[in-house]
Design a protein around this ligand. Structure first.
Ligand code: NAP
Length: 547
């Protein structure tokens, strides 16, 4: 990139011009802004929300908190920041996380380059000027040589396709558009639709004060205990002293977590040893039971069956009514093949007299009515409906922007049968567009900030390389994109999750065109991904065409 050229807009274009536009001011957009400033390029961030934080800005529902250990989730790029910030709980709740991100934004003075309440509607590549022009929903246009998407993989909420959905007369909320004011459940008849990771965090909080709670479950999930607790002063000191080792552990683990797979196979130990190991994992905090389990539980069906039966037994032990317990036990997939919701007294909620589980796997909700819902011919009256119905994952946020590359080709059309990318960071036909945490990028299957930092550092190094070598345009070759896409599919084919419907596989029953499995993730693990990205860079960005 030639900076003098980049800073001077083409004479006939009366729009603001930057070296780079970043879409999104969540954790990836914030860090990308920090790094680009360091590089000395001009950058503007456009954010749809009224503040920084992305997922932690929008998802304010009660119970929202990390499933990753707080200290492993924070940014690692600043020693000063690591020492200054005290996490209060092992798994930080959303309000504290947002305070942390505000603290980061203030410390590095990020807000001044972020334009809030600015949703990007279109982004088009201008071949003649080798730049991107974006248009905001309320009209203004802005140009930049580079377009960096920091959209987040779980940021495009979807409402269910239920007739009458707008007719309900009481308050109703999607969990990802939760009001900023507290919501009072006391004495109310509340419905929750959905039993994914979000609902599993929300339901125990609602159940604490609700008049009556009805949960509509289409698919059960295997949920395991989070075991959150406060961080005491001595632990705080230990955490701060051990950051380098902890981040090294994360860097070396498949998903960027502090949990690393056990090197043994599940069936090579005795039944007693296996059960004792599962008991230990179940009693420990966080994702250990998923990420730190025997190395083959997500690959080998027989191995998977052992942990699946173990978790089923736990559900049966915790839920008093055996008929309810059976409804809560998934029958169509094994443990860990969908995202494991982490829970805090979730199963005990179903022992409350004022809680009803309605299985809608075979009898879907027929209609939302002004006073509630109709299911299987029965009327359910409600004062409030909560939609914990999930997201159009990974590619959804891209689809919601009209993105056009060379020759006016739309990204939505290009990805109609599933995403194709090079390294999950660039797309053939879309020069100078870089996709942080994009599809087929290890960051979509990761303790996010660990992989975000890798993505951002790699993109920043690329831009430095282009600047130093007076290069202005980068796009992957079709061959490189094909090879990466094939590799992504090949790596995932060994894993059991590819045989199961979930957002990992691009399934969203509420959207036409998203009901066929389309792999969205890179499942080869963060270390292998990082190694490949580094290798590409070391070989002069092989697979990319630079000019
Ligand atoms: P989700 O896992 O996709 O769950 C959506 C739920 O709504 C599912 O139970 C789904 O049933 C149900 N649903 C959707 N449409 C429906 C309809 N028309 N009728 C009835 N039920 C319907 O979404 P999520 O729980 O929001 O979680 C999404 C992801 O966000 C998680 O997997 C995780 O990666 C992330 N997350 C992270 C955290 C954290 O880190 N702390 C917390 C929450 C979420 P089906 O399963 O049958 O489709």
């Amino acid at each position: 990139m030639s900076q003098s050229e980049a800073k001077n807009p083409p004479a006939d274009v009366a729009v603001a011009y930057y070296d780079a536009i970043v879409i999104g001011a969540g954790m990836s957009g914030m860090y990308q802004l920090y790094r680009l400033r360091e590089l000395g390029v001009s950058v503007r961030v456009f954010e749809a929300g009224g503040g920084i934080g992305g997922t932690w800005y929008w998802n304010r529902y009660p119970g929202a908190r990390f499933d990753s250990e707080s200290y492993s989730y924070g940014y690692s790029f600043s020693q000063e920041l690591l020492q200054e910030w005290d996490w209060r709980e092992h798994f930080s709740a959303q309000p504290e996380t947002l305070r942390y991100l505000d603290f980061v934004a203030d410390k590095f003075d990020l807000q001044k380059d972020i334009q809030f309440n600015s949703r990007v509607a279109t982004a088009a590549y201008d071949e003649a000027d080798n730049c991107w022009e974006i248009e905001l929903e309320d009209g203004p246009r802005v140009r930049a040589q580079f377009l960096i998407t920091a959209l987040g993989p779980i940021s495009a909420p979807t409402m269910p396709n239920i007739p009458g959905i707008d007719s309900f007369e009481g308050p109703s909320f999607h969990t990802a558009a939760w009001p900023h004011e507290p919501v009072d459940f006391s004495g109310k008849r509340v419905a929750v639709i959905g039993t994914g990771a979000t609902a599993v965090q929300l339901i125990p909080e609602v159940a604490k004060s609700v008049g009556h709670l009805t949960i509509f479950q289409r698919s059960a999930n295997y949920c395991t205990p989070l075991h959150n607790r406060p961080i005491d002063a001595a632990t705080q000191r230990e955490i701060k002293a051990s950051y380098p080792e902890m981040f090294a552990t994360c860097a070396d683990s498949h998903g960027g977590f502090i949990h690393k797979a056990d090197p043994r196979n599940a069936l090579e130990v005795s039944k007693e040893e296996r059960e004792a190991f599962y008991e230990k994992l179940y009693a420990e905090p966080g994702f250990g039971i998923w990420m730190g389990n025997f190395r083959d539980i997500l690959i080998d069906q027989d191995a998977n069956d052992t942990i699946t039966e173990f978790v089923r037994k736990k559900i049966r032990e915790r839920v008093k009514d055996p008929a309810v317990a059976e409804k809560l036990i998934p029958k169509n997939h094994g443990f860990g093949t969908r995202r494991v919701p982490m829970e805090t007294r979730y199963y005990e909620v179903y022992n409350q007299d004022n809680v009803l589980l309605v299985d809608i796997s075979e009898t879907p909700i027929e209609r939302i009515t002004p006073a509630g819902m109709t299911v299987g011919g029965c009327e359910y009256p409600f004062d409030m409906i909560i939609y914990a119905t999930g997201f159009d994952a990974v590619t959804g946020a891209f689809d919601r922007i009209d993105i056009r590359g060379v020759g006016g080709q739309t990204l939505k059309d290009k990805w109609v049968d599933g995403p194709t990318t090079y390294l999950g960071l660039q797309i053939e036909g879309f020069p100078n567009m870089l996709t942080l945490v994009g599809p087929h990028n290890a960051a979509t299957f990761c303790n996010m900030p660990r992989c975000i930092e890798q993505n951002v550092d790699w993109v920043t190094d690329l831009m430095r390389y282009m600047k130093d070598n007076n290069l202005n345009r980068i796009v992957p070759s079709a061959d490189a994109e094909d090879a990466w896409t094939e590799h992504v599919h090949e790596v995932a084919s060994r894993l059991l999750f590819t045989k199961v419907d979930s957002w990992f596989m691009g399934i969203n029953s509420n959207l036409s065109g998203k009901q066929k499995r389309r792999l969205l993730l890179y499942a080869g693990g963060a270390p292998a991904y990082r190694e490949r990205c580094d290798e590409v860079a070391a070989n002069g960005y092989e697979g990319f065409m630079l000019q």
